[in-house]
Design a protein around this ligand. Structure first.
Ligand code: NAD
Length: 283
């Protein structure tokens, strides 16, 4: 069997059409405020792509660039100003931040109703109750891709490898809400020599670690759906965490890397922004 490719771009394009229609239904164009501290090539790439997608959807992208020497207090004070600025619907802090700034500390100052990354403790907490209006972008992207496969998650064995706050942990909760049987593996699972044992059971396998070739193709169960979130540079190529060629012989669906989860995450950010703007629009 050769797996169907689960590509992010066609899905992102479809969801963008829905977002655009919602933007047009708002009383004014929503505004996404982006904060970047210091110079960083990676952050420049994110900003460029977010600006491009925003503009294509009728969203105003307001970029605030602060000096490398900016203190935590100065950054927090800008966040507080944006929180109370009624023209701003969402705030995103670009990563990486300079080493002297603690992302967790400063990001907690972003008002929960302007948290387009879906990472505010209040928004994360709402996932537990199945009531979240904004979801962490990468986890939401994975759920959208799973939806494309048409697979009913009820009672399925889902194995997530990676338990980060942005991917594995929120996904586990979101999948439990679909009544999947969820196993979360991490470095401890590998150290205990049990990673392959869990992966082999997976009817749905989601991997978000950041280690090329961690998941051997031969571990993939016949017919499994495989979502590879990992991004690794190997020589001049970008690859995921799963041995793609071998896994694709067994899986029913598999995401390519690049081109799977990646193209969807910025779309999820814009969807969160429009949800935040719709909420404000009702006042
Ligand atoms: P993280 O570094 O916060 O967490 C890594 C996780 O992997 C942890 O749970 C850790 O315990 C686990 N882990 C580490 N080594 C392991 C091993 N040998 N066996 C099993 N588990 C192991 O990672 P993150 O921020 O969630 O990112 C993970 C990967 O996903 C990275 O490659 C990142 O670049 C990528 N990513 C991609 C997107 C996208 O849009 N496609 C978005 C976010 C992250």
């Amino acid at each position: 069997m050769l797996a169907n490719l689960l590509e992010g771009k066609p899905l992102a394009d479809r969801i963008k059409l829905e977002i655009k229609a919602k933007v047009e239904g708002l009383s004014k164009p929503p505004v996404l405020a982006s904060i970047q501290v210091g110079e960083n090539a990676g952050a420049d790439v994110y900003v460029k792509s977010q600006r491009k997608v925003s503009e294509s959807l009728g969203i105003e992208y307001r970029h605030e660039k602060m000096a490398q020497s900016t203190t935590e207090e100065e950054l927090i004070s800008l966040i507080k100003k944006l929180n109370t600025d009624n023209s701003v619907n969402g705030i995103i802090i670009q990563m990486p931040l300079p080493a002297h700034i603690d992302y967790k500390k400063v990001s907690n100052y972003v008002a929960s109703d302007k948290d387009v990354e879906g990472m505010h403790p209040e928004n994360i907490g709402k996932i537990i109750f199945g009531k979240a209006k904004v979801l962490p972008c990468t986890a939401a992207a994975v759920m959208e891709l799973l939806n494309v496969t048409g697979l009913d998650l009820y009672g399925k064995e889902v194995v997530i490898v990676g338990h980060s706050e942005i991917v594995g942990k929120p996904l586990a909760l979101m999948l439990l809400d679909k009544f999947a049987t969820v196993t979360v593996c991490h470095i401890g699972t590998s150290k205990a020599g049990k990673l392959d044992e869990h992966v082999r059971k997976a009817e749905v396998l989601i991997v978000a670690v950041g280690r090329a070739g961690l998941i051997k193709g031969e571990w993939v169960k016949d017919g499994a759906v495989v979502i590879d979130v990992g991004i690794n540079r190997v020589g001049d190529k970008i690859v995921g965490d799963v041995e793609f060629d071998e896994a694709a012989k067994r899986a029913s669906w598999i995401t390519p890397v690049p081109g799977g989860v990646g193209p969807l995450t910025v779309t999820m950010l814009m969807r969160n922004l429009v949800e935040a703007a719709k909420y404000r629009d009702t006042f």
